[in-house]
Ligand binder design. Sequence first.
Ligand SMILES: [Zn+2]
Length: 742
Amino acid sequence: MEMPVSEIRMIDHNVKPGPLNHCQVCGSSDLELVLDCGHQPLCDSLLTAAQLHEPEPYFPLRQMRCTRCTLNQLDYVVEGSTVYHQNYPYRTGVTRELAAYQELMAKDLAARYRLNGTSIICDIGSNDGTLLKGFKQQGIRVLGVEPTQIASIAIADGIDTVNDFFNEVVARDIVREYGNASLVTASNVFAHMAPLGDVVRGIQALIGNDGVFVLENHYLVDVLNKAQYDTIYHEHIRTYSLKSLVTLFGFYGMEVFHAERVSRYGGNIRAHVCRRGSRQIEDSVGEILKMEVEMGLDKPAVYEKFRKNAEKTRDKLIEFAVAAKTRGQSFVGNSCPGRANTLLHYCDIGTNLMPYIAEQPASLKKGLYSPGKHIPIVDNSILFTEQPDYVVLLAWHYAEPIAADLRKRGLKSKLIVPLPECKILDAGPERTPISIVVPVFNEEHNVERAYSTIVEEFNKLPDYSYEIIFTDNHSTDGTFGKLKELATADPDVRVLRFARNFGFHRSILTGYRHAHGAAAIQIDCDLEDPPSLFPEFLRLWREGHDVVAGVRSDRKESRRMIALRRAFYRLLGSISEVPHAIDAGDFRLVDRKILDQLKTIDDAQPYVRGLISELARNQTGVVFTRQKREFDKSKFPLHQLVRLAMSGILSYSIEPLRVATYLGIFVSLVTAVMTCIYVVARLVTQHAWPSGFATTTVLILFGISLNAIFLGVIGEYIGRIYIQARKRPTVIVEQALNIDEQ
Ligand SMILES: [Zn+2]
């Protein structure tokens, strides 16, 4: 951008603390809002426990854009000495990935500019000297400039460091002592410095006629494309486009002769700058400038999209956090780079949702509290002992190496990356999916407790994941409403609501048919059967049993009911062709093989317990004591139990038919014998017996009642044939939540 000489003189690039209403580079006052992050504390002003009791300053944090040179900048600048206070905790060398990156950068630059023992390299904002170490290893003389106490770490490490803010005076002192620098670097600091004019004049003096200045910083295009709103914090008073850099150096007789986009921090720009005319301008500069124009960096649309994406990822992260909390699962943070605090404030996540942030053992931030939100920062060894359900990778720009490292050390948690798309990075080590099938009918007081107890049990089973399938037999109370809430909060809760009450067995059969797990466990909603048996069920299943049934040793109910149930199971066992587990109810685990077979069963009046016994190849039981129902009374009154018993007998036995036959034969034999006796008596005695009216009547009535019983039994079978012949679906589903196929 060409500027008339008179205008150049007018622009003061030394930015003063306080509100900003003009562009820091081109001076234009035509600024537009990009994103308002509210007021926030300084992201690297971590607090000690004692400081938690003191006031904490907050500053405006709004990102603006210059419509002229496309620079993005904050509209408020905090005093440098406040930002880079003596306890400034940022240390380059701590992040292994960053240290490796800088070593590579040193090698690249040394090769490109053929640096050798006669060269001197100066790094502005040299931190603990990590970048310079890379040059020093190659025998190049190095000098750092670092304003914070971290300089002492570099000095102790043998890296000469000036402990001061870089400016023109410091630069001239360096030139006097060491001569001009062949290379001046500014890695991730050039967007931070407020006295920009002073800094650029210092660089100008330091590189002299032939030196090169290489700056690297977060790049506006990557910030926008990846919704990196977390790069907006008080230290980043500017976010550069290449156009804005070209404009800036134009004021100082310098020019960008090479530019490259590099991966660090989720997307950086590295610009190579020299005295105007001292080097050939490479194609890379024109190419990137062209891309910026095509992207529309000077138009509002791209910023509108950025804002929408930032909001979307924010809402998603909040959703994850709240859902985890609802389920009683743990949700914690890993690593606390400065940008994490913008993210936590923008998403409004505090200790209520995230109890701690884990940091590497060498981090200076350990033992402190995050600014504003006051989340304790702790040693990351806690992750491996606690194995939280969710770990948010706040340093998401290093998500892959961090995730690989955490996994290698045995972390099983689900890892969430908040940006550029908020998602679960991977499910961790493969977990075996188990379906929990819960038939419900008017259980509004039980569903939530059942859900949370089941989830709690699975939280103790890191090798398994769950899906909970509620089959609602058209409850008439608030049950379905509660199920809806659970399904909204937890995508692993599936609900099938039937159009009417189809009975218990069709309800559970439908549940089994929708189960996707490697095994399914059926459990009553009232939790009379304890979910604490899940681990034992799963263990026996792993041993090769395809059905593991809960066997009740002592039900806490009336003696009459116990006796009735016992008698029923024994009767069923003795007359049925299929073995039944004595005293086993519907609390059982069923293997995938059987679940698949249940899908093919075409029985409109299913007796599931029997079906499963029939299909089982290797059945076993776990003895347990049933708990008394805590809420409501049993949903199985006596008449329903009798119906269930009838269903069991009729589905699995033709004995009733045989009984009828035997009885018929027996009665006809008795009749024949009686007739013989009567005839013989008449012949022998020649005596007129009483008319025998009573006997005849009894016999007739007996015959009629026998007929009625037989007809009833036959009718039962015909009824079943009829129902089967009608080929109706097992159930009619009215509503399905979190289930795809219906
Ligand atoms: Zn501007």
